[in-house]
Design a protein around this ligand. Structure first.
Ligand code: GLU
Length: 494
């Protein structure tokens, strides 16, 4: 009997997302329940957006949650390397194999031509998917471009009609119309593979037997299935898990809910409570109890108990569960340890000392001054911003623009933050001090405290953005119409 092998394959392009932890948890439980293995693979073929900082945070947060993997970039294993960027020209070799077998073709179309083709298809009322026949060029033109050394991509051949049937462990047979599937790029013009090619090759070479992933990948399944056929490989069993949702049932997004595990960690959630809560996302214990450990989940896991009706990630529910853990599972010693692990430790406190030293006369001045480093949302309301003379719309815009700029800072330190703040204060035509005044209140909760820029660095990206978002809310929030205007203006600013 083959050993069950599952994997999580995150792309290190941002914050460690709760959705990644949720999918990792289900993969881990499925593997363990079958006595199998769970693998972590880093999908960093998008060289522009991937960062080692993001990878570090993903590994760190999954481990914090107690989700251990048997093979991965940090622990090694027999099927490595486990980072796609380190797998050399493996993907190009397989792409070559497809080219030789006639399952793929080199496409010399320029991006202008592709835009034109898409427009023309749209104008004719046709589906936007580009098929091999749409992309074909006369042979002489192909040869000319080849001889002139034009850049090209390798695309897969796909049927132009008919229905592709994909089997899913939870959903049964899923029909996808081939007309909707384009001649997917497999190898980019820089020779790097796309997700689709690299994912299929690696799942095969790493002997993955079951792919449990988010439902947003369903539309990719026909391409993957066809690639397995082209290579003559057996496809792993597929299972598309329901997406996590905001309480209003829309897809969980950082616009509405904090989605980064870093945020929950910084807020003082316990890892065992968060893992337990993620286990409740579309799944339940046979006896329906709400509180259970990772070990209990592994012991009772049954994928057929996953229900597909979009699980709601509800902050209030999670907070309640966290409280239950604190009250029921932590004695004084346990609570002390949790606090130490969280923020009352040398590493964190020593970052704060340089901030307070110049501003205190007695040691008892520290707590009032530095309290916000150990808090969640500061206790502010509209009146907290009385000293700010900016017009309300302008004030909201300033806070929102700052959030959007900060979302893109991938390495969070003062050297990266300062230019962002400077740039925005110029844009708003405000002196730095005036620009920072409302930010100061939003972050520290008062008008006098430690340096706001340093506080942002120490608090981290997630807590900083959460506090700015909180300030927008206490100021009455941003209307839909306002948001549209802001978005337009912000795009123009870039
Ligand atoms: N790299 C993909 C992601 O970021 C993996 C999707 C899959 O599991 O196939 O989610």
């Amino acid at each position: 009997m083959t050993t069950v092998r599952t994997r999580i394959a995150p792309s290190p392009t941002g914050d460690p997302h709760v959705g990644t932890a949720y999918v990792a948890l289900f993969n881990l439980c499925f593997a363990r329940q079958h006595g199998g293995q769970f693998i972590l693979r880093i999908e960093d073929t998008d060289r522009q957006r991937s960062t080692s900082e993001s990878e570090r945070m993903i590994l760190d947060s999954l481990r914090w949650l107690g989700l251990e993997w048997d093979e991965g970039p940090d622990v090694g294993g027999p099927h490595g390397p486990y980072r796609q960027s380190e797998r050399g020209d493996l993907y190009a070799q397989y792409a070559q194999q497809l080219l030789e077998a006639g399952h793929a073709f080199k496409c010399y179309r320029s991006s202008d031509e592709l835009d034109e083709l898409r427009e023309a298809r749209k104008a004719e009322g046709l589906h936007a998917a580009l098929k091999p026949a749409d992309l074909a060029l006369p042979q002489a033109e192909v040869e000319r471009r080849e001889a002139e050394g034009w850049p090209y991509v390798v695309r897969m051949k796909v049927p132009s009609e008919g229905v592709c049937v994909v089997e899913d462990m939870l959903r049964g047979s899923i029909d996808v119309d081939w007309t909707q599937v384009d001649a997917q790029i497999l190898l980019k013009s820089d020779g790097m593979p796309t997700y689709h090619l690299a994912n299929v090759i690696d799942d095969h070479l790493m002997r993955i037997t079951h792919v449990l992933r988010g439902e947003e990948w369903i539309n990719s399944a026909p391409k993957h299935q066809l690639l397995y056929e082209y290579f003559g490989w057996q496809m792993p069993v597929l299972c598309h898990l329901p997406l996590l949702r905001n309480p209003d049932k829309t897809k969980l997004s950082k616009r509405k809910n904090p989605t980064s595990i870093n945020y929950y960690r910084r807020m003082g959630f316990l890892p065992q409570a968060l893992t337990n809560y993620l286990g409740r996302m579309g799944w339940s214990m046979p006896d329906e109890r709400e509180k259970f450990s990772l070990g209990e989940m592994m012991a009772h896991f049954d994928i057929q108990r996953v229900s597909l009706g979009g699980p709601v990630f509800d902050l209030e529910k999670l907070t309640w569960l966290n409280g239950v853990y604190i009250r029921e599972d932590l004695d004084d010693q346990g609570l002390l340890l949790a606090l130490r692990e969280w923020a009352f430790n040398e590493d964190y406190v020593s970052q704060i000392l340089p901030q307070v030293r110049p501003r205190i006369e007695t040691l008892s001045d520290v707590a009032p001054l530095a309290g916000h480093f150990f808090s969640g949302m500061p206790p502010i309301d509209e009146r907290s911003f009385e000293s700010i003379t900016l017009e309300r719309g302008e004030l909201l815009k300033l806070l929102q623009f700052l959030i959007w700029r900060l979302e893109r800072v991938s390495f969070w330190d003062k050297d990266s933050l300062l230019p962002e703040v400077k740039r925005l204060s110029n844009y708003f035509e405000l002196k730095m001090k005036v620009f920072l005044a409302p930010v100061f209140i939003a972050i520290t909760g008062s008008t006098t405290s430690t340096s706001v820029m340093d506080a942002m660095v120490i608090l981290g990206s997630d807590m900083t953005r959460a506090r700015l978002r909180h300030a927008i809310l206490v100021l009455g929030g941003i209307s839909k119409k306002q948001a549209k205007g802001f978005e337009k203006e912000f795009r123009a600013l870039e």
